[in-house]
Design a protein around this ligand. Structure first.
Ligand SMILES: [Zn+2]
Length: 322
C-alpha cells in the first residue's frame, strides 16, 4: 500500500509544481520607435522569463543605444541575421524622434553596431549562428567586451542562458554584411563592387522558458519546410513572433499560411511589418498587419512599443494584449 502511495504523492506533487510553473508568465515588451504604436522599423523585443532572465531579440534601430533605459538588465542578445535594420547600423536619438512611418535614425553606430554596443554594456551573451560567432567575437572584444560573450548556436544547436533554452532554427533569407560594418581597404573594395561580406545563412530561434512556454522567433524568412517539420513537430511552439512585411520576407497572406498550416501555434505576435501599422494605438485598416490579422486563424497581437504582454505556459495571453 505504502509502496503505491509514495509514487502517487510524488507524481501529484510534480503535477502541482508543473501547473504552478505554467501559471507563471513570460513578459514580452516591444521596444519600438514610438511609445504605444507599432511602427515601420519596429523589430526589437525583450522577453523575460519568470525567473528574471531577460533576452533581447534583434535590437535593430529602435533601441536607442546601450543606455536606453527600457533595456534594464539583459542576459542574452539574439541576432537573427546581420542586415542593418536588425544588427543596428544607426538608431533613434530620442523617444519618438521622427514619425512612426519615417522614424529619425540619425545616430550612426557603424562600424561597431547597436547590437555589439548593447552586448558589451550589458555584459550579455550574444547568441548567433552561421559564420557570425568568430566575426562578432572580434567585434565585441574590440568594443571593450570579452570574446567569450559570443556564443555559437548553429541549426539544431542550443544554448542555455539563465535557464532559458535558446535553439537555432533555419530561416530562408540572406545574411550579407554591409561593408559599412567593416573598415579598411577590404571594406572599400566590397563597397566599390556593390558586394556584402559572407557571414553564412540567416536564422531564427526557438526559446523554451521555465514556465513551459515555447516561442518561435521567425527572423526574416520566407516559407521553410522546417516551420512544419521542426518548429511544430519537434518544438510544438505555442507562440510565434512572425515577420509579415512582404518583399524581404513572407507578406501578410504568406505569413498567415505559415501560422495556419505549418507552425499552428496558439497565438502570434506580428513583427517587421515595414509600415505605420497603428495610430493612437489602434490598428489601421488596409495595412499589412490588418491583412495578416484577417488571414490568420489564431489570435494576432500587435506589438505596441512599451506595452508588456504576458503569456502563460500554454501560450495564452493573460495580460497586456491588444
Ligand atoms: Zn533582413
Amino acid at each position: 500500500m505504502r509502496a503505491l502511495l509514495i509514487p502517487c504523492l510524488v507524481s501529484a506533487g510534480l503535477a502541482v509544481a508543473a501547473s504552478a510553473a505554467a501559471a507563471q508568465t513570460v513578459k514580452i515588451t516591444p521596444l519600438g520607435s514610438h511609445e504605444g504604436e507599432f511602427c515601420r522599423y519596429d523589430r526589437a523585443m525583450v522577453l523575460e522569463d519568470p525567473n528574471g532572465t531577460r533576452v533581447l531579440y534583434d535590437a535593430g534601430r529602435t533601441v536607442r543605444g546601450p543606455k536606453d533605459p527600457r533595456l534594464g538588465n539583459i542576459d542574452a542578445v539574439l541576432l537573427s541575421h546581420a542586415h542593418g535594420d536588425h544588427l543596428g547600423d544607426r538608431h533613434q536619438p530620442s523617444a519618438g524622434a521622427g514619425t512612426c512611418a519615417s522614424p529619425d535614425f540619425s545616430v550612426l553606430v557603424v562600424p561597431v553596431s547597436n547590437t555589439v554596443l548593447i552586448t558589451v554594456e550589458k555584459k550579455a551573451k550574444l547568441v548567433v549562428g552561421a559564420e557570425m560567432a568568430s566575426f562578432f567575437a572580434k567585434k565585441v572584444a574590440a568594443a571593450g567586451g570579452e570574446a567569450s560573450q559570443v556564443q555559437l548556436a548553429r541549426y539544431g544547436g542550443m544554448r542555455d542562458v539563465g535557464g532559458v533554452k535558446i535553439y537555432s532554427v533555419p530561416a530562408v533569407h540572406s545574411n550579407g554584411l554591409n561593408p559599412a560594418f567593416l573598415e579598411g581597404a577590404y571594406a572599400e573594395a566590397l563597397k566599390e563592387a556593390g558586394l556584402t561580406a559572407y557571414l553564412g545563412p540567416p536564422g531564427g530561434y526557438v526559446l523554451e522558458f521555465t514556465n513551459g512556454l515555447t516561442v518561435y522567433l521567425s527572423g526574416d524568412t520566407g516559407h521553410t519546410a522546417e516551420q512544419d517539420a521542426v518548429v511544430r513537430r519537434r518544438f510544438g511552439a505555442e507562440l510565434v513572433v512572425m515577420n509579415i512585411g512582404g518583399i524581404f520576407t513572407t507578406g501578410p497572406v504568406e505569413a498567415a499560411f505559415v501560422i495556419n498550416e505549418l507552425v499552428k501555434p496558439k497565438a502570434v505576435i506580428a513583427s517587421h511589418a515595414n509600415e505605420e501599422a497603428t495610430s493612437g494605438g489602434k490598428l489601421k485598416p488596409g495595412t499589412n498587419t490588418a491583412a495578416f490579422t484577417e488571414a490568420t486563424s489564431v489570435p494576432v497581437y500587435v506589438p505596441l512599443s512599451g506595452r508588456t504582454m504576458e503569456f502563460d505556459g500554454a501560450g495564452s495571453c493573460t495580460a497586456g494584449c491588444s
